[in-house]
Structures are given as structure tokens and as C-alpha cells.
Design a protein around this ligand. Sequence first.
Ligand SMILES: NC(=O)c1ccc[n+]([C@@H]2O[C@H](COP(=O)([O-])OP(=O)(O)OC[C@H]3O[C@@H](n4cnc5c(N)ncnc54)[C@H](O)[C@@H]3O)[C@@H](O)[C@H]2O)c1
Length: 320
Amino acid sequence: MTDLPHVIVTGGAGFIGSHLVERLLAEGRRVTVIDDLSTGRVENLQAVSAHPNLQVRRGRVSDCLDLADLVAGAEVVFHLAAAVGVELVVKSPIRTIQTNLRETEVVLEAVSRSRTPLLLTSTSEVYGKSQKDAFREDDDLLIGPPHLGRWSYACSKLMDEFLAMAYARERGLPVIVARLFNTVGPRQTGQYGMVLPRFVAAAKAGGSLRVYGDGTQTRCFCDVLDTVEALVRLPRCSEARGQVFNVGSTEEVSIYDLAKLVKEIVGSSSAIEWVPYHEAYAPGFEDMLRRKPNVEKLFKFVRFRPQTRLRRLIERVAMV
Ligand SMILES: NC(=O)c1ccc[n+]([C@@H]2O[C@H](COP(=O)([O-])OP(=O)(O)OC[C@H]3O[C@@H](n4cnc5c(N)ncnc54)[C@H](O)[C@@H]3O)[C@@H](O)[C@H]2O)c1
């Protein structure tokens, strides 16, 4: 067992992390998960809980006293641990900023000693209110002002990106940033504001599907298995080091059409209800009209682009 390549996944008991862990174990890796279970759940790892090559450490990344030793022998570190979810972010901006900055700083410092390759998950939120057809990694970013707590997530993740790029330049650290666009799939919870699990749960329960704003805002939803495919491929591509990559689907749907599609797939007669943003989140809440990635850079480097169609994806989520 000890001869197997060792991979560390922070946030490995979370939604995306747990799918990544399953994939790595299936590929014959030895995996150590570090997760404080703040938004993740032990049940997410149920399918692999007895796997002999999985070790789960419960606790904050920054409380892991032997982190530098742990990462020293690792093939790669995937850093996914973060405060995530618009509702959580709006309610707890201090926790969001502190978690996203501090934990990433600790991970970067730990891997920099051994130069262990690191993949850091950032977010499409960093593009902010920018209004482009499809965002490219080298675009300018337009983040809202600090009195609106919602931007604290984007800003803290962007600072993580700057710090990662600084480590790459100044210390030669092999770090890659993956900017994830909306990722969905089984095990995602709607508890922190994620739209698809909220809609599916409401449609199944016969409750109304609450569309925030006027519902014309569009998003692209990426299957978590496609996201994992991209995450696994990126660190294996040496040219990708020191670079930022969009990871997401390019199939656009308005939130109103998403609600209708969910109802149709679930076979539900639930009502669709419009909820103003200030009621759903907070006064002055700002949303972006579109958020679509350009994924040509990802394809160029790793010969992969997410391709699961939205209908299939909703069926997968609704089946659980
Ligand atoms: N799901 C998406 O659509 C999406 C979009 C963009 C970016 N991301 C990024 O992907 C990553 C994973 O997100 P997710 O959707 O799986 O969310 P998640 O909340 O399910 O996963 C985050 C995990 O990190 C853990 N965690 C939080 N703080 C921690 C700490 N200090 N120490 C150890 N563990 C900690 C949580 O318990 C949780 O298991 C995050 O970095 C997030 O910013 C996700």
C-alpha cells in the first residue's frame, strides 16, 4: 500500500472532493482527505469508507501540524477546502474570507517546501459582473464593492489565485488554478443556495421552485464527473503549471428554463415562484446575467472539455 502514489485532497468529504477521491482510489492512488466537515459530510465518502487506501483526517487544514511532512511525499495535492455557497457567503462573510485566505496560505506554504504539485480550485465568481459572451482566463475582472458581502467569496478566491501565481513565479512552485463554473451532480446539497439541488428537491416534494430575480439570468451547469476529469488531467500536464484554467460546461440555460426542465424531468406539477434577490439573499444583492466559460485553453492543454448534456445531468441528479 505504501508504494502507491499518495494524493492529498483537502475538502475531500465535500461534494466535488468526494467524487474526486472515488476517482483517485479507482486509479490506484493512496488518498488522504483533510476535511473539517463544516459543509462536507462523512456520508459523501460512504461508497469508499472501507477502502484500504483511504485515510480521512477530520479537522481544519490549518490545524494539521504535520502538513508539510504529509505533503512532502505526495504526488499531488488537490486543495478544495473552502467556504462555499452564496447563502453561506452572504450570511458569514468573515468565515468565508478567513477560511479561503488562511487555509490556502497554509497549503501553499506547506507544499512550497517540497515543491509538491498543487491544484487549487477557484471559481467563476472571480469574473464578477463582467458582461462578456464567454469568459477567458486572461480577461479583466469586475468585482463589486466590499459593503456587499456576496463579493467576499470572489475576492478571497481571487486573492488565493494571486498568491498561488506569486508562489509559482517567486518560488517555482508547480501550482495550477482551476476556475470552476457551476458544477452539479449527485451529493450536492441545496442547503447553501445551490440552485439545481434546490429545484430537484422542491419538484420531488411538490413544493414551489423558487427562482431568484426574474429568472432570465443564464448559467452553464457542468457534470461533477466532467469537472473531476479535468481536475485529474491538469496536474499530469507539466505545461499547465503556473497557469489558470476555466473548467465548465458551455451549454447555457436561463434559470427559469432550468426550473421548467426540472419539473418536466421529475414529472412534477410544482409551481414556479419568483423571489426578489433582496428577499432571497440581502438588500443590494447583485447577480450576473450570464456566466459562460471559454474552455479552449483547457482543451488545448489536456484534450478534454466537459460534454455531459444538461438534460442527462438533471436526470442523474433527480435519480438519487
Ligand atoms: N460546486 C461548485 O459549483 C463550485 C463552483 C466554483 C468553485 N467551486 C470550488 O470547488 C471546491 C469544492 O466545492 P464543493 O462544491 O465541493 O463544496 P463543499 O462545501 O461540498 O466542499 C468544501 C469542503 O471543504 C471542507 N472545508 C471547509 N473549510 C475547511 C477547512 N478549513 N479545513 C478542512 N476542510 C474544510 C468542507 O467541509 C467541505 O467538505 C471549493 O474550493 C469551491 O470554491 C465549486
